[in-house]
Design a protein around this ligand. Structure first.
Ligand code: IMP
Ligand code: MG
Length: 410
């Protein structure tokens, strides 16, 4: 397949980074189309662990390139850290990254505002504190800073002064850097990134290249955290569905496949509704075995059972064509496994939520299935078949460990 998207079909952390890394060698471009440094994509390259937040998960050993599209919000400080770390192991890799000048910049002010807002909220969202919400807020309210402004220092400084005036009027004198300090900070980061060879190029400039080559669109977070269709307001501030590929100049109709990555169970980090959440000690066991701690914040993830209505919902919202199941091995050795096959909503049984509000009212209807000792066992295959029957999607790949090679195709 020449053009595919790999997205999370739950609440994020499904193992997309690893899957993308597995596919990446066969794709010329890996394109991130939404989110920012809130994402945590853990990949292992030759046994060494890399946790990237912003950089597309390109395979360093191939000649693939990474594009950060206009739908993203870019924290230049974080970006520099990641490029420097990759550069120390793979010299020259910096030149393989391209940022769309239309993308927005996350400033230290945005990170500070994220925390200020969380502290003021009656019901905190449990954000990653990376300034994502405030950056997108400034974008929508037309106060944002675009990457291309880094190329015009006069305008950049003027914009920063304007933004600062507004921010202190709204939040008081609570920010650690003044416009001049932020300006110097941005210019220094810009220069360092450019020195490492990072490119600025829009999707229009790259389109001829995109059309000729294979593209892998790498989603961030998961459909249930999508700003429009997720469990609002406990969501992130960007699109998590495959439709976000529009920001790189494509529509989902131009893709050969949209792969929804799901774990064999469910996790969620942060607050908000989670119908199949498990509170018994089995959740602690799964959390420990599955290393279910946030890749960005280190927070313990909430753990629960596989939620098929939520996956049917993700399929409908994000044009999924295939599923990829990860972490079935984490459940090895359990006698019985619960699977949510439907919801009870307002006293009636429903297979698929039709509006995000349904998730808030849902009581899971469980089926109990036999566990397995290994993902090679018949019981695990039965589990996969159950997922296929219940979602009417084929499970094309199964991942059974963190290493890039620990995947089989079905
Ligand atoms: P924000 O994206 O930092 O604003 O956080 C909003 C919500 O999305 C919180 O519940 C976060 O825990 C969640 N979130 C953001 N990024 C990720 C991710 O990469 N994986 C899982 N949850 C995430
Ligand atoms: Mg993650």
């Amino acid at each position: 397949m020449k053009r595919i998207a790999v997205i999370g079909a739950q609440w994020g952390d499904e193992g997309k980074g690893k899957i993308v890394n597995y596919f990446a060698r066969d794709y010329k471009w890996v394109i991130r189309f939404s989110g920012g440094a809130n994402a945590g994509h853990t990949i292992y390259i030759k046994g060494k662990k890399y946790v990237n937040h912003l950089l597309p998960s390109i395979d360093p050993h191939s000649d693939s390139k990474g594009f950060l599209s206009s739908g993203m919000v870019i924290d230049l400080e974080e970006m520099l850290k990641e490029v420097e770390k990759m550069e120390s192991d793979f010299p020259g890799i910096g030149k393989r990254f391209y940022i769309d000048p239309e993308a927005f910049i996350t400033l230290p002010w945005h990170r500070e505002q994220d925390l200020l807002l969380e502290n003021m909220r009656k019901k905190p969202i449990g954000t990653t504190g990376k300034g994502i919400g405030p950056t997108y807020t400034d974008k929508v309210s037309r106060e944002g800073l675009k990457i291309y402004m880094l190329q015009d220092e006069g305008t950049l400084f003027e914009k920063l002064e304007e933004l600062y005036t507004l921010k202190i009027a709204l939040f008081g004198d609570k920010f650690s850097m003044n416009p001049k300090e932020i300006f110097d900070y941005l210019i220094e980061l810009r220069d360092k990134l450019l020195k490492l060879g990072v490119n600025l190029a829009s999707s229009i400039e790259l389109m001829a290249n995109f059309k000729e080559n294979s593209l892998l669109f790498e989603g961030a977070q998961g459909v249930m955290l999508d700003l429009d269709f997720g469990t609002y307001p406990f969501v992130t501030s960007s699109t998590c569905t495959a439709h976000g590929v529009i920001s790189a100049g494509f529509s989902t109709a131009e893709l050969d496949g949209v792969f929804g990555v799901i774990k064999a169970y469910t996790t969620r980090v942060g607050s908000g509704v989670f119908p199949t959440e498990e509170h018994a000690s089995i959740a602690d066991i799964i959390r420990e075995r599955g290393a279910e701690f946030g890749a960005t914040t280190g927070r313990p993830r909430r753990v629960g059972w596989l939620d098929l209505p939520a996956i049917r919902y993700a399929k409908a919202r994000s044009a999924l064509t295939h599923l990829i199941v990860t972490k079935g091995d984490v459940l090895n050795g359990l006698d019985e496994i619960k699977v949510c096959v439907a919801y009870e909503i307002d006293g009636a049984e429903r297979r698929t939520p039709v509006v995000s509000r349904d998730l808030f009212k849902a009581k899971p209807v469980y089926r109990t299935v036999r566990g397995w000792n290994s993902v090679k066992d018949k019981e695990f295959e039965d589990y996969i078949k159950l997922i296929e029957e219940e979602t009417e999607l084929s499970v094309s790949y199964v991942s059974y460990g963190p290493g890039t090679e620990e995947v089989f195709e079905r």
